[in-house]
Design a protein around this ligand. Structure first.
Ligand code: XMP
Length: 511
């Protein structure tokens, strides 16, 4: 059965993916698409509603993203947010004005009229504003639905045509009843049934994969990361022993990672999982190499070589499973350059495996949905909340040459950091956190002795999509415990520093 779908048209706003996630969380499937879609394409897509996102432009900019006015005459409900609301007003003959100063932050808004959008929303509540332009005059047929002190047209609409504009951001948590407003739009205006659920997704995919695979053979490269683990588990649920997984142990994994992969997937789920021990091979290829790009290249190439050798032993397969997720494939409305992050760790595999077709069962899902699917499949929190780890793993978290000794130091320090973050209950708040072994040594004093040992850096960031990031404000007490434990429990480390750089200008990883 086809799900009801909402179309989120992306005008380049910073919260575009967040809007799409909120809609999905409310039980309605949606896709985020570039704003250039034509009215015909939209009609063919057949959404129950359309949301225009915010964006950095003014409607008067010469290169401002626009939309075919016919989109507003399709008879499909539309909710325009921020730039999206100004665009609706502008296209339909209203007036948008450039305000003297920008308005950011919390504002109180007051409802002016009854509306389908306002079920269970109080007369006054707090919203989150972030704009410079604002709608001054409404197009014919529209009325003011809510106002703030400085923004008379905070919400406006044409109830009959089901077209609405909201100047603030209902998708951010600071807007008290934002989720309710979105829910009202979906359920009261668009007639959503709420047919998008994780349980439904799992049973549909299992059925689809089973039909597609038939008697075929399936191969999957397990990296130990969340996406490939969930993809493999889903395919395993569908086809059992027809799936063979290959896990390349390159010796650069975090503490206990290879053991956990074996115990969860081979012993626990009974998967046909082949572990290739290639630690020595990788270490000797990395000997004497300290340039980050060179390290990445050596590891990437060797990974493919090792996998190819293993795939040859298995012989021809019909399908190759990849853990591609929605944020890897979604195109952004910010200009023409689509942001598509390649799967660095498995990118080259299709060329060395003899297969007919790729299966990407998570292609439609956001990361948080992938985690929920993992939970639904019975995977533990430890697996589904596992930290994203880059393909080259600890090799790019050790500055300079990678050696067995350095790997041992970093593994222990990183494990302590992760333990303490979990103990403080912060693992779901911080997007990514890990330790880095710097190539600096400093003087310390331990007991009555002078030491000259390694500096460990801690990196922890908050982010939505890893394209930009901020350093996480971890409580000092937690940092203090981590520092104490690392300097006491990890040999050869006498100093711990915390990285307080955002991305940009830094990247999340140190190399
Ligand atoms: P940067 O360091 O570029 O990282 O800010 C952004 C995100 O991507 C991850 N990352 C990688 N993931 N293979 C991967 O699968 C890689 O080679 C790789 N390099 C960086 C990084 O951990 C962060 O989440």
């Amino acid at each position: 059965m086809q799900h009801q779908r909402v179309l989120v048209l992306d005008f380049g706003g910073q919260y575009n993916q967040l809007i799409a996630r909120r809609v999905r969380d409310l039980g309605v499937y949606c896709d985020l698409k570039p704003f250039e879609m034509t009215a015909d394409q939209i009609r063919a897509y057949d959404p129950i509603g359309i949301i225009f996102t915010g964006g950095p432009n003014s409607v008067y900019d010469t290169d401002a993203p626009r939309i075919d006015s016919a989109v507003l005459r399709l008879g499909i409900p539309v909710l325009g947010i921020c730039y999206g609301c100004q665009l609706i007003a502008h296209i339909l003959g209203g007036k948008v004005e450039h305000a003297a100063s920008s308005e950011y932050g919390r504002r109180e808004f007051t409802l002016a009229k009854e509306s389908r959008l306002f079920t269970d929303i109080p007369q006054k509540s707090i919203c989150w504003m972030s704009h410079t332009d604002l709608v001054k005059e409404l197009p014919a047929g529209f009325e003011t639905l809510a106002s703030t002190q400085s923004c008379p047209q905070a919400i406006f609409g044409n109830e009959e045509k089901k077209l609405y504009g909201v100047q603030f951001h209902p998708e951010v948590v600071h807007t008290e009843y934002g989720n309710r407003l979105l829910r009202n739009f979906l359920y009261r205006v668009c007639g959503a049934r709420g047919d998008w659920t994780v349980q439904g997704f799992v049973s549909e995919q299992v059925e689809k994969i089973r039909q597609k695979v038939g008697d075929g053979k399936v191969l999957c490269a397990m990296s130990g990361g969340v996406d490939s683990a969930v993809a493999a588990t889903l395919v395993h649920r569908a086809v059992g022993d027809r799936l063979t997984c290959v896990f390349v142990d390159h010796g650069l994994h975090r503490k206990n990672e290879p053991e956990e992969v074996l115990s969860v997937f081979r012993d626990g789920l009974g998967m046909d999982l082949i572990k290739v021990d290639a630690g020595e091979l990788f270490l000797s290829a990395l000997k004497g190499v300290s340039d980050p790009e060179q390290k990445r290249k050596i590891i990437g190439k060797l990974f493919i070589d090792v996998f190819e050798k293993e795939a040859k032993k298995i012989g021809a397969v019909d399908f190759l499973v990849q853990g591609t997720i929605y944020s890897d494939v979604v195109e952004s409305g910010k200009g023409k350059s689509a942001v598509i992050k390649s799967h660095h760790n498995v990118g080259g595999l299709p060329s060395v495996v003899d297969f007919k077709e790729i299966i990407e069962p998570l292609r439609e899902l956001f990361k948080d949905e992938v985690r929920r699917v993992g939970g639904e499949l019975g995977l533990s929190d430890e697996i589904v909340w596992r930290q994203p780890c880059p393909g080259p793993a600890l090799a790019i978290r050790i500055m300079g040459e990678v050696t067995e000794e350095k790997l041992a130091i970093l593994r222990d320090a990183d494990a302590i950091f992760r333990e303490e973050i979990a103990r403080a209950g912060l693992e779901k708040e911080i997007w990514q956190y890990f330790a880095v072994l710097t190539d600096s040594k400093t003087v310390g004093v331990q007991g009555d002795f002078r030491t000259y040992e390694n500096v460990i850096a801690l990196r922890a960031i908050t982010s939505v999509d890893a394209m930009t990031a901020d350093w996480a404000r971890i409580p000092f007490e937690v940092l203090e415990r981590v520092s104490n434990r690392i300097t006491n429990e990890v040999g050869h480390a006498n100093r711990v520093v915390y990285d307080i750089t955002s991305k940009p200008p830094a990247t999340i990883e140190w190399e």
